[in-house]
Each structure stands twice: as C-alpha cells, then as structure tokens.
Design a protein around this ligand. Structure first.
Ligand code: SFD
Ligand code: AMP
Length: 614
C-alpha cells in the first residue's frame, strides 16, 4: 500500500454527479433538481463554488443574449454569427439549442438579483453590442452559485476530480469519478448513474506572455487546468476540433478584454504611426481565406491576423484609440468600471504604468493560446445533439451525451458551439442536466457498478506524487533539484515551452508545421514518461501535479488535431506553415479524435459539417 495506504476513503452516491461548479456546473446542478425532484444531485468543485471558475472575479457583460422579447435577434441569427466567426465550422444544432433557451436563463439571473443595466430611453437591457448586454457583475458568480447550492443535494467544495470511473461490466459506460480533498487529503469515490463534466477550459498549456512573477496573470483563469478535456479523453470519449485554440486581442500586460471598448465605447485601433492598418492586409488575407474576409462582422481570428501582420511588418505596437472616447465622462466611467468589475489587474497595471486612457492610447497585444469551448472557439468533446434538430450524424443518444454512455458535458467542455460565453454555458448545463435526468430515469434498475480494484488502484496513483517527494527529497542536490522527481512547476514550464515552440505559441509567431508537430509529439511523450516521477511536497502541490497531468493530455490532443488538419483554417489563431491557406475543398469538415489508453494511440477522422440554417 505504500506510505499513504491508510488515507481515508469517503464514498458518495448520487444519481447525477456534476464535476465543476462554474457557470455550466451551476446551470447543470440547478436544472437537474428541477427535472429530478427526488434524485440525488451532487456537485463537486475543486475550489469553492461561490467564487470558482472563469467568472470568479466577476464580469461586466453577458455576451450571449438574443433579446427575443424585443425582437432584437432570433436564434437563427446567432447560428449565422457563430458560423461566420468560425469560418464555417460549427455544430449548428448545438448552437441553435443554446440560442433558443439563453434568454430565459438571463431572465432568471435578473430574478436572482443580478443587476442588469437598462437603456434609460427604452427601458430594455443596455446593449454593449448586438449580442452583449451590460451588467454590474462583480457578484455574478455568487448569485448563480446560490441557486445551484440550494438545488444540490450537496456541493462538495475543495475536491479535485482526477479520474472518471467506468462501469465494471461495460467499459463504455461511466460509473462515477474519483478525486481528493485539497485541504484534508481524503480520497473521494463518487458513484453516479450519470456524470456531467463542467470543469472549464485550459490556460497555461502554452507559455504565457506574462512569465516569472507575473505568471498567474493570464486572460483565461490560471486555474482552468484542462480537466474537462483530460477526463473524457482518458476514458476514450471522442473529441472535436481541438486544433481550434483561441488567441485573444487583449490590453498589454493586464490581459484586459477589449469587447466593451470596441462595442460600447466605439473605440478603434491604429498602428504605431497612428494609421489605420486593417485595409493594408485585405488583399493578402483574401488570398489565404477567400471570401471569408468579406464576412461581417469580420471573424475574430482575422482581426488578430491583421494585427499580427502589421506587427511583423514593423509597424507595431498596435494601440487602441481611447483618448477620444474617454472625453465623454460616461464612457470614461464605463471604461474603468469594466475592468474594476471583471479584470481588476488591468486597472492596476495602467495605474502602475502611468497609463490614463484619457491621455494615452494603451497598447494591445495578442495572448498565448487557450483551449475553450465557450468563447469565440469551440474545441471540446463530441456530443450528441438535440432530438428535434440534430442531423443523424450528430445524434446517437441523449442531448449533450458524449460517446460514452451516461457521460454528459457543457460549457467549455463541449465542442462545436462557439460564442456561448457565461450565459450560454449555464444554459448548456441546464440542457445537459435535463437529458441526464432522462437518462437516469430510463436506466431503471440497470445501474452502473464501480470496481473496487479500479478505485483502489487509482487511489495509489493519485497520491503517488506525495510518496515520490517523501522518498526523493533525501536526494535533493541543490535547492529544489532532485534526481528522482520532477516538481509540478518544472513540468508545467517544460510543457509550456514545448507547446510554445512546436505547436504554434507566441514564441513561434503562432506558426507550426508537420516536422515541428512531429517533434513536439516526441517531446510530449518524453514529458509523459517523466510525469510518473512527479513529486508533490504537500496537498497544494498534489493538486498542481494533477492539473499538470490534465494539461499534458489535453496538449497532446491539441497537437494531434493540429497535425491532422492540413490547412490554415483560422489565420490569427495559428498557421500551418506547410499548408498556409484555407482549403474548403478538403477541410470543410470537423476533425474528431479518440485516444486509446491501452495502446496510447490516437485515432483521427473527419466528420461532415451539416448546415441546418440557411
Ligand atoms: O469579455 C474542477 N467570459 C465572459 N463571458 C461573458 O458572458 N461575458 C464576458 O464579459 C466574458 N469575458 C470574460 C470571460 C472569462 C474571463 C476569465 C474573463 C473575461 C477575464 C467567459 C465565461 O466566463 C466562460 O465562457 C464561462 O465561465 C465558461 O463556463 P464553464 O462552466 O465551462 O467554465 P468555468 O466557469 O470556468 O467553470 C469551471 C469550474 O470547474 C472547476 N474545476 N472541479 C473539480 N475537479 C476538477 N478537476 C476541476 N477542474 C475545474 C473550476 O474550479 C470551475 O469552478 S470576455 O473576456 O469575453
Ligand atoms: P472580448 O472582450 O474580446 O472577449 O469580447 C467580448 C465580446 O465582444 C465577444 O462577444 C466578442 O466576440 C465581441 N467583440 C470583441 N471585439 C469585437 C469587435 N472588434 N467587433 C465585433 N465584436 C467584438
């Protein structure tokens, strides 16, 4: 049993287990109770549900709201918008399903106490842009968490889920999950009839621009550690479009989002010499992507592309022209409040660097890539679509169920439906939970069983880094250097460098090619071998160790997908130097992968893109 054999094991039984209590997880927990009045609904969260996930700090806008009550937009319009932004490749059935339900979700948020700004003239929600509405959202997360907490049978905070459990007699059916309490070190075995993964996206798989002491400052939450991808990948669920990682235009050094500035303050950008530059790159971009360059609004990746090209041409930095907008006291107030309610670090960085946007146009930069299913990209698990509108190719079971029986997902976890954002992620959690409750009810007496041998083995695996450290620390040669273990931070830095240099990160100008990807995969394989020897000094480091494990498997998936798609589909997100153009003839398709944990092999295939909206 090793050094840690006597560690306590806690068993928790549930009908529906929700992994991750962020936006999607709160939506799933809330809705599972609505449809499953008598069911046992458990939510497990690695932090504390009141302030966890990407919305922990608050938000200043809800980016997905149709406004159907005022005839502003229809769900079909949102599908067209997301399809356009993703250069054609979205699961229209999934996006439509969210769009038709998202307004009523937002109305609930308001009912629960979220202050939504109103247009003083019309009394309607204050629009930031066509899809975005403005909120006083510092307490957005505690508000939705309260609804989920009241709905749950129990929320287990401070437990990091590390692995899924499969049914003893059916390896394609989920039976629960295991994890550990990051404060007490207890081992948890969650037995469940259905599992909904809502564990957020992935930051820190690429080397961030902010290194060293600023490392924790990234745009996406630094604690978004790819569990939502690793958990399904490791049990053989199919993933989609994992090459579609996102790069965001952000204010320099603080990673402050730009949407409120562009859309509400009506700011614009210029190069170092005060010139407009996007039109310089029109012909060049048209050669790469064809007519997609003429779509309105211009796809997010192409806006990045123009910035990157202008900088490569030596006319950087790119600045946002704020000086004009900030002359209006209302806009000045909104400009500052936007960050104080959402990304406080940006306001602090400006103060520390003597930047007052009223007098200085701040610099923009492009971020390191993140992996997300909820913002302007849609990487994630491949899920079954809604019964009434998903084409046959996209329908094999319950709505939002992955290719594993009983395993559902929502938010960043699921691929295909870009532009969900916070409201759409909560909505998708609701949709998944309704389907999961139906699944549980339909099971009857045929319940999945967990295998004792499986969870006992996992218990040893989960705590092994503590043991490695305990034994290996006797051999420390200098400071933190040991010949027999690897610390999580060192492993993370190695991962970030591999991804940066070989898989198109900032250091490589987002460019990669087949030889680079091939070498990147070899280096990832070597890193994986060394992960057996991760050493964790304490429970906090044990969590870091498992976050690293999850990031590495997700990174491998990104690399495999990037290798498979032999075109540059989204210039501005990444470039295949050996296939520099968009190729609609061969690649107007989804890429799917499946990892076989026995052989370690990845299987990649194409899936058709069906357009269900004209
Ligand atoms: O402007 C485990 N987002 C924005 N959405 C908006 O609607 N408006 C905005 O203004 C937004 N902007 C923005 C946004 C995010 C960030 C970081 C900033 C600014 C600075 C995007 C949304 O936040 C995002 O789309 C949703 O939050 C996604 O929801 P979800 O549920 O997929 O992820 P989550 O909320 O991060 O929650 C994940 C949870 O899982 C937990 N977890 N628990 C147990 N075991 C494990 N192994 C776990 N791994 C993770 C996490 O702790 C977390 O609670 S703007 O820039 O676009
Ligand atoms: P961001 O703050 O960049 O995360 O963006 C917030 C929202 O505004 C998202 O819905 C973006 O797609 C949208 N957005 C940001 N910048 C622009 C722009 N220049 N044009 C159109 N939409 C934008």
């Amino acid at each position: 049993m090793g050094l840690f054999g006597r560690r306590k094991t806690v068993f928790v039984d549930s009908d529906v287990l929700v992994i991750g209590g962020g936006m999607a997880g709160c939506g799933a927990t809330y809705e599972a109770r609505y449809w499953g009045r008598d069911l046992k609904v458990v939510c497990v969260e690695k932090a504390h549900i009141d302030r966890s996930g990407a919305v922990a700090q608050g938000l200043y806008a809800i980016n997905t709201y149709m406004g159907m009550q005022w005839g502003e937009n229809q769900p079909e319009d949102h599908v067209r918008y997301a399809r356009n932004d993703l250069m054609g490749l979205v699961r229209e059935d999934l996006g439509y399903d969210i769009a038709r339900h998202v307004d009523s979700t937002v109305h609930k948020f308001e009912e629960w106490g979220l202050p939504i700004m109103k247009d003083p003239e019309t009394g309607q929600y204050q629009r930031e842009g066509k899809w975005q509405i403005m909120i006083h959202g510092e307490s957005y997360k505690p508000i939705v968490a309260e609804a989920a907490t009241k709905a749950a049978t129990k929320v287990y905070n401070r437990i990091m889920v590390t692995h899924l459990l499969m049914d003893k007699t059916n390896a394609k059916r989920v039976a629960g999950a295991v994890g550990f309490n990051v404060r007490t070190g207890d081992f948890y075995v969650f037995r469940a009839k259905a599992v909904i993964i809502c564990a957020g996206g992935a930051s820190h798989i690429y080397k961030p621009r902010a290194a060293g002491e600023g490392m924790g400052r990234t745009w996406y939450a630094p604690w978004s550690s790819a569990s939502c991808y690793a958990l399904p990948i490791l049990v053989g669920a199919k993933m989609m479009q994992m090459e579609n990682r996102i790069v965001l235009t952000r204010f320099k050094d603080g990673y402050g989002p730009v949407g409120a500035y562009f859309l509400h303050l009506k700011t614009y950008t210029e190069n170092a010499y005060g010139d407009e530059y996007e039109s310089n790159w029109y012909e060049h971009t048209k050669e790469i992507v064809g007519d997609y360059v003429d779509r309105q609004p211009m796809p997010t990746c192409l806006r990045n592309h123009a910035i990157l090209e202008e900088i490569r041409a030596g006319r950087g930095p790119i600045r946002m022209v704020t000086k004009e907008a900030f002359q209006d006291p209302h806009k000045e107030k909104v400009g500052w409040e936007n960050f104080l309610g959402m990304t406080i670090g940006q306001a602090v960085v400006w103060a520390s660097q003597n930047i007052d946007p009223k007098h200085t146009n701040p610099e923009l930069t492009t971020s390191e890539p993140y992996v997300m299913g909820s913002h302007a990209t849609c990487s994630g698990a491949w899920a079954s679509g809604p019964e009434d509108c998903a084409p046959d190719d996209y329908q094999w079971g319950y709505n939002r169920m992955m290719t594993i029986d009983g395993l559902f997902g929502a938010g960043d976890t699921l691929g295909g439906a870009a532009h969900k954002f916070s409201s759409g992620s909560f909505t998708e959690g609701q949709i998944a939970a309704k389907a999961a409750v139906n699944y549980v009810n339909d099971l009857g007496k045929d319940h999945p069983q967990v295998s004792e041998a499986e969870y006992e083995d996992l218990k040893k695996t989960v705590f092994r880094p503590l043991e490695n450290y305990e034994v290996g620390r006797n051999e420390i040669v200098a400071g933190t250097v040991s010949p027999s273990y690897l610390l999580p931070l060192h492993g993370l830095q190695r991962l970030e460098q591999i991804m940066d240099e070989y898989v198109g990160g900032i250091g490589a100008n987002y460019i990669t090619n087949e030889p680079l990807l091939t070498r990147g995969l070899e280096l990832l394989e070597m890193l994986k071998e060394d992960l057996e020897h991760l050493g964790a000094e304490d429970l906090h480091q044990l969590q870091r160790a498992w976050e690293l494990q999850h990031r590495v498997i997700a990174s491998e998936s990104v690399t495999q997908h990037t290798m498979f798609r032999k075109e540059t589909r989204w210039p501005g997100y990444y470039y295949r130097g050996d296939h520099p153009k968009l190729d609609d003839t061969d690649w107007h398709c989804f890429t799917l992968s499946r990892y076989d944990r026995e052989s370690g092999e990845w299987n990649l295939e194409k899936a058709p893109v069906h357009h269900i909206i004209d």
